[in-house]
Design a protein around this ligand. Structure first.
Ligand code: AHM
Ligand code: MG
Length: 352
């Protein structure tokens, strides 16, 4: 007997839109390059699933939480989850034949795929667990990633080609947010798309396509405990938002969650230089450049306060940079305070 019940076609279509299928659709191609990119995204997704699984049981298992007792190349105490997540990315890519090297916040030098393993043309740059101070208290953390193509031979094994490229040479970038659900947001240069991990399927399923950041938003997100260490321009901006209606402060201490909120609701995230760290805290190659690539794809803006972030060329692998990122109008407002202070400083110097 015929039934009038029908499942809306778009619901099933969306449920079947997995990450790897989406990448191929975005590239409008089944070429070898497209297949490679799709496979890389699939491996990143696998790393995300493994990390999400461990995080979800962290408090129940021995030896997951807390510090290893070691200090990393950044001079920071290493957490057990940092080491685990770093190893997960290496492990999922080692035999893949997709990348030639991986560079991360947790390794002083890039990891080169051993010669007895298949070697690809791409480089994966990543921060395996960003905001790891949140891990032990069961709050959100994230992984950040970018894909670049190796330029030249890198025969001396110093990855010097990475120090000649600006952020516009990224092929893809994104993050995985480990929150109430696990969310993967990525761009391959044609919009920004979000996927949610469906634990019953073990797949990232399309949740939102072509995300656009609002031109202006109410949120400013920054560690105001550093106020005393900031330039006067940043202090003036902070005073401005304190004295005007319509602003609200949100800061979790984990970049991925804070940026995701701004991507969805609008506003600005700031991590400026401080007295202790004039270049700020965040690293260019695997934190700020991937996020800048992503937010620009969503219609946002990112800079170090003066120069567009994607124009910066690193001088070392773990280079840090100040970060102003978010809705275009809000980033422009912060930059206007910085420009005004520069103009005043220059006029003063001319008069002397
Ligand atoms: P991490 O990569 O060592 O975790 O450091 C990066 C994190 C960001 O997620 C966050 O925005 C920032 O450090 C918070 O720093 P602070 O505690 O100085 O506000
Ligand atoms: Mg980090």
């Amino acid at each position: 007997m015929a039934t009038s019940f029908s499942i809306p076609e778009h619901t099933l279509d969306r449920d079947c839109t997995t990450l790897s299928r989406h990448v191929l659709q975005q590239l409008h191609s089944f070429s070898a390059d497209a297949q490679d990119l799709s496979a890389i995204m699939n491996r990143i997704a696998l790393a995300g699933k493994l990390i999400a699984r461990r995080l979800s049981r962290a408090g129940l298992m021995a030896d997951v939480l807390g510090f290893t007792g070691e200090i990393n190349v950044q001079g920071e105490s290493v957490k057990k989850m940092d080491v685990y997540a770093n190893e997960v990315f290496i492990s999922v890519f080692k035999q893949s034949g997709l990348v030639c090297r991986l560079a991360s916040e947790e390794m002083e030098n890039p990891y080169y795929i051993p010669e007895n393993c298949p070697i690809g043309r791409y480089t994966l740059l990543y921060d395996p667990i960003d905001g790891s101070s949140n891990v032990d208290i069961n709050l959100n953390v994230g992984s950040i990633f970018a894909i670049r193509q190796q330029q030249g031979d890198d025969l001396d094994g110093t990855a010097s080609d990475l120090l000649q490229q600006n952020g516009r040479q990224q092929i893809a970038a994104g993050y995985i947010l480990y929150g109430p659900s696990t969310l993967l947001v990525y761009s391959i240069g044609s919009g920004v798309h979000a996927f949610i991990l469906d634990p019953s399927l073990g797949e990232f399923i399309l949740a939102q396509e072509n995300i656009q950041i609002p031109a202006h938003g109410p949120i400013y997100s920054t560690n105001e405990g550093n106020f005393w260490q900031w330039d006067e321009a940043l202090r003036d901006y902070t005073r401005y938002v304190h004295r005007h209606e319509g602003y609200t402060s949100r800061y979790s201490g984990a970049l991925v969650g804070d940026i995701h909120r701004i991507l969805m609701q609008g506003g600005v995230f700031l991590y400026p230089g401080t007295v202790k760290n004039p270049e700020g805290k965040l690293r260019l190659l695997y934190e700020t450049a991937p996020l800048a690539f992503l937010l620009e794809q969503a219609g946002g803006k990112a800079s170090d306060g003066q120069t567009p972030l994607l124009d910066l060329v690193p001088s070392k692998l773990h280079q840090r940079t100040p970060l102003v990122i978010g809705s275009p109008e809000d980033v422009a407002l912060v930059e206007s305070f910085i420009q005004e202070h520069r103009r005043r400083a220059e006029t003063k110097t001319e008069k002397v």
